[in-house]
Design a protein around this ligand. Structure first.
Ligand code: KG4
Ligand code: ZN
Length: 398
């Protein structure tokens, strides 16, 4: 089965061609046109500008993929598109293009939830694409077993997914494919949003996540040490900080780390950084201080994400713990969550996507669309989606 997928929920125009054979997902092509340069001067994504860029770039990417792979309607079995959540002007461009294709080619059209896409990025088996990221090399980062796709793995469920992106921070429990239960989520800012805002406070540019991570990396990893005060062993799981920065000048809060539930809050952490910088303007000019503050901020986010994920894992006893969303490209998060899962939940499988598929892409939409289509008892409804499908900025995860 061949799937053509489109993703335009935010600031990446993405299109992919994915072949499914014996439950193996092979990415034939995966194109992403980034809009970073367009939004950078504004310090964040401008929805109408994003839509204009999608409108300009999507036909170019479509032509490229169709010509290169001589795609005709006979070669495509289903079309998958991100239906939501996301920026409505941006979603409308992708869904409209997908609807036109589905009508002309008379193909089933599957509207995919963006977060389901981030979860199913972990099922992508192999990629024929020219650029492979460093982290596609097993053993380079995280746990070596984590870069294998979940596609051929048995006994996956229950899955506990930590999805961390620019718009979402959620812990999701799955007892079977396409069955999602949100067991924890942020009450305010998403983790990626906090990275982006801190980058703005520190004049590090947009997007903030990679910029803050790069600054943090300058403050050497050797400065981190396991805190022997870790309370993971404690049955109440009241964790202060798993990793501590030696002699750190800064001490940021770990919001809600001891709240007793599985929710998150990152807006206070961002405000704490804002106040520190307001009261110590020299940080903006002092490279060492800036990277130290970035390291402490990144560690505060990771401490909370890791501790809540382990708390959820102790409660739900998943067979698989997986990571997804743009912030899952963060090397420290990948490595520290992996280490902690190995220690605290040794029987659970730890899974992270190739960093290429951490960030927004259309291959993950193709894989989620495949499961959605395959598991549906009413396949005929997808044939009418060329007229019925509606983009939904607040699409719930069901
Ligand atoms: O999933 P994604 O590509 O788009 C959304 O669905 O929002 O996630 C984008 C987010 C941005 O907030 C970006 O700053 C963050 O992911 N991000 C990172 C890293 N790379 C991207 N955050 C921390 N460390 C990174 N290496
Ligand atoms: Zn995303």
């Amino acid at each position: 089965m061949n799937i053509l997928a489109i993703e335009t929920s935010c600031d990446e125009t993405a299109i992919a061609l994915v072949r499914v054979k014996n439950n193996n997902f092979e990415v034939i092509e995966d194109l992403v046109s980034s809009q970073i340069k367009v939004h950078a001067p504004f310090g964040g994504v401008v929805p109408n500008l994003a839509a204009r860029e999608h409108l300009k770039n999507l036909p170019i990417l479509l032509k490229k993929i169709l010509q290169k792979h001589r795609v005709t309607s006979q070669k495509i079995d289903i079309i998958a598109v991100t239906q939501g959540p996301g920026l409505i002007p941006a979603l409308l461009i992708g869904t409209n293009a997908a609807k036109a294709l589905a009508y002309v080619w008379k193909k089933p059209l599957v509207g995919v939830h963006h977060i389901a896409g981030h979860i199913y990025a972990n099922f992508i088996s192999s990629c024929h694409c020219e650029e492979q990221s460093d982290e596609a090399i097993p053993g380079k980062t995280g746990s070596p077993r984590s870069l294998r796709s979940l596609a051929m793995t048995k006994n996956l469920f229950p899955i506990l997914a930590l999805i961390v992106s620019g718009g979402h921070t959620q812990l999701i429990l799955m007892k079977k494919h396409m069955d999602f239960k949100i067991v924890g989520e942020t009450l305010d800012d998403a983790a990626g949003e906090a990275f982006d805002k801190v980058a703005r406070i520190l004049n590090l540019g947009y997007p903030g996540g990679p910029a803050v991570a790069a600054e943090a990396a300058k403050f050497s990893i050797l400065n981190f040490q396991f805190s022997n005060k870790s309370k993971f062993q404690n049955s109440k799981l009241k964790i202060d900080s798993k990793f501590k920065i030696k002699n750190s000048k800064f001490c940021l809060p770990r919001p809600m780390i001891n709240s007793g539930n599985l929710n998150f809050s990152f807006s206070g952490l961002k405000t704490a950084v804002l106040y520190i910088v307001r009261d110590n303007q020299k940080i903006l000019k002092n490279k060492k201080l800036k990277s130290e503050l970035c390291a402490e901020f990144q560690q505060a986010v990771i401490d909370v994400l890791v501790s809540k994920t382990i708390r959820a894992a102790k409660k739900y006893r998943p067979k698989t713990i997986l990571l997804g969303g743009g912030v899952s490209a963060n090397k420290e998060l990948r490595a520290q969550l992996g280490e902690t899962v190995k220690k605290e939940m040794p029987n659970a499988r730890y899974q992270i996507p190739d960093t290429r598929y951490s960030l927004d892409n259309a291959a993950m939409i193709a894989v989620a669309g495949y499961f959605q289509y395959k598991l549906s008892k009413n396949k005929k409804k997808f044939l009418n989606n060329w007229k019925n499908l509606e983009a939904n900025a607040g699409l719930p995860l069901k």
